[in-house]
Design a protein around this ligand. Structure first.
Ligand SMILES: [Zn+2]
Length: 183
C-alpha cells in the first residue's frame, strides 16, 4: 500500500512507500495522522529482546521536505484518460486505453497548447473525424470542460490503489463540477 503524505497544513505532497513512512516515523517527523487502516511494520530486536515496530497510518502529515509537492500532475495519456474516466468527450462512450487518444481541443495548427485545459480524451474515430478543427468548426461539441487537476485530484489520478480513508480525504477537496472524475 502507498501512504498519502501531507504537509503540516494538510496539502498532499506525495505518495510514499512503507519504508519511507517508517523513516518519517522513526525520525520523529510525523506531526499528525489520519485513517483507521493502520499497518504495523516490524523491525529488528533490541538489546532487551523486544522487537521494534511502527504503526503506519494511511495518511500522515510531516514536517520538512514539503516543497517537492505534487503541484501539477504530469500530462501523460494515462492520467488524461483517467481524468475523463476513459470517456470520449465527443461521443460520450467509454473505451479501453488502446482505443483512446488525446485530442487538442484547439488544434496545434491553430495555436492550441499541450495543456490540461486544451487536451481531452477522444476515441480514435472521433479524433480522426474532428481532424485539425475546433469543436465548433467540426460541429462536435465537448461533453465536458477539460480542467487542470488540483493537487488533491492529481494525487487521486496518480494512484490506482487508493485506500478508503485516503479516498475520502482527497475527495473532500475535489471541485464540485468534477464529480465525473470518479467512476
Ligand atoms: Zn468518440
Amino acid at each position: 500500500m502507498l501512504i498519502l503524505r501531507l504537509s503540516q497544513s494538510g496539502n498532499p505532497v506525495a505518495w510514499i512507500d512503507q519504508n519511507q513512512a517508517v523513516t518519517l516515523y522513526s525520525s520523529d517527523q510525523v506531526l499528525w495522522q489520519l485513517g483507521s487502516q493502520i499497518k504495523t511494520v516490524y523491525g529488528g530486536i533490541n538489546h532487551l529482546g523486544e522487537r521494534s515496530h511502527v504503526n503506519i497510518a494511511p495518511i500522515i502529515a510531516s514536517r520538512g521536505d514539503n516543497h517537492h509537492g505534487l503541484q501539477h500532475a504530469p500530462l501523460d495519456n494515462r492520467l488524461l484518460f483517467r481524468r475523463d474516466n476513459y470517456h470520449c468527450l465527443y461521443c460520450g462512450e467509454q473505451f479501453s486505453h488502446s482505443m483512446l487518444s488525446r485530442d487538442h481541443v484547439i488544434p496545434k495548427s491553430q495555436g492550441g497548447k499541450d495543456s490540461w485545459t486544451n487536451l481531452v480524451t477522444a476515441c480514435k474515430r472521433c479524433n480522426h473525424r474532428k481532424g485539425a478543427r475546433t469543436p465548433e468548426e467540426a460541429g462536435m461539441p465537448l461533453l465536458a470542460i477539460p480542467f487542470e487537476p488540483n493537487p488533491f485530484e492529481s494525487m487521486y489520478l496518480a494512484n490506482h490503489k487508493i485506500l478508503q480513508d485516503q479516498m475520502e480525504y482527497l475527495q473532500s477537496r475535489f471541485s464540485n463540477r468534477r464529480n465525473w472524475l470518479v467512476a
